[in-house]
Design a protein around this ligand. Structure first.
Ligand code: F6R
Length: 256
């Protein structure tokens, strides 16, 4: 695991963006796994500023609410088109986002998994983290081997996401999410976390034991996982001086 701590969310997101930009330059038909929510916004802003060629890029989103109309202001379809895709030259047929209105959820989920494999697997998966440690919408106690499936949001996640909807009542209780096993198959995982309210989940994910009660802890088992943090989300890490030391001592050839 690599822990990169920066003064501001934008500083951290800019470095993450440079890794994605390098991939797209080297592999124009790269497969990206993408997240929604407030955390990836500075990353998407920077990616747009970089004016990259997305014409062959394929994307798979982590999750979507069940039952929300696709064009609802808070659907993850709307989020992705508003905040990233419409500012790029991505081909709409290369964009895959779980269909929260599918008639057959298990079949949809199995097909989504098969499609990821058919497209060559995910090169870089972008992740946020919930205050309860969820990645995707794999809530605490999710199987660490889980695949794409329906999940029930925790009450804490519903409270956390009420800021987007205005009221808790409007938030669907169910989602389709890639599984933890699916996320672990990405060749690289880039997790972003900003703000004091993520500090506890991050301390557990980086320095705690691997446990389904904090699904992000599983990334300790991933061969290429990077955490991009601001000072606030890193505030409860016991070894942050060491992580900063490692980053400032990176050999030239290893720099992002
Ligand atoms: C969203 C997702 C979630 C969020 C997490 C943090 O696609 O997969 O895991 O990353 O809920 O959300 P924010 O960034 O809004 O704090």
């Amino acid at each position: 695991m690599e822990i990169i701590i920066q003064n501001t969310p934008q500083d951290a997101a800019d470095i993450a963006a440079s890794i994605i930009a390098k991939l797209l330059n080297e592999k124009p038909n790269a497969v990206l796994g993408l997240a929604t929510g407030s955390t990836p916004l500075p990353l998407y802003k920077r990616l747009v500023e970089l004016n990259l060629d997305w014409s062959q890029v394929i994307t798979f989103n982590l999750d979507e609410y069940i039952g929300l109309p696709r064009d609802h202001s808070q659907s993850y379809h709307t989020f992705m088109w508003e905040n990233l895709f419409r500012h790029t030259n991505i081909h709409p047929s290369n964009v895959y986002i779980p269909d929260g209105n599918t008639a057959d959820i298990p079949k949809f989920c199995a097909d989504y998994e098969a499609l990821i494999i058919e497209k060559g697997g995910i090169d870089i998966q972008v992740l946020g983290i919930g205050t309860d440690g969820h990645i995707g919408f794999n809530e605490p106690t999710s199987s660490l081997a889980s695949r794409t499936r329906i999940k029930t949001l925790t009450q804490q996640t519903i409270r956390d996401n009420a800021r987007f909807f205005g009221t808790e009542e409007e938030i669907p209780h169910h989602v389709i999410t890639m599984g933890i096993g699916t996320i672990m198959e990405a060749r690289q995982n880039i997790l972003l976390a900003f703000g004091e309210n993520k500090a506890q989940a991050i301390a557990e994910a980086v320095e705690g034991p691997i446990q389904a009660i904090n699904p992000a802890t599983v990334l300790q088992m991933h061969p290429n996982a990077k955490f991009f943090l601001d000072i606030k989300s890193a505030s409860r890490l016991k070894r942050k001086e060491y992580y900063n030391w490692v980053y400032s001592n990176k050999p030239e050839w290893q720099k992002f």
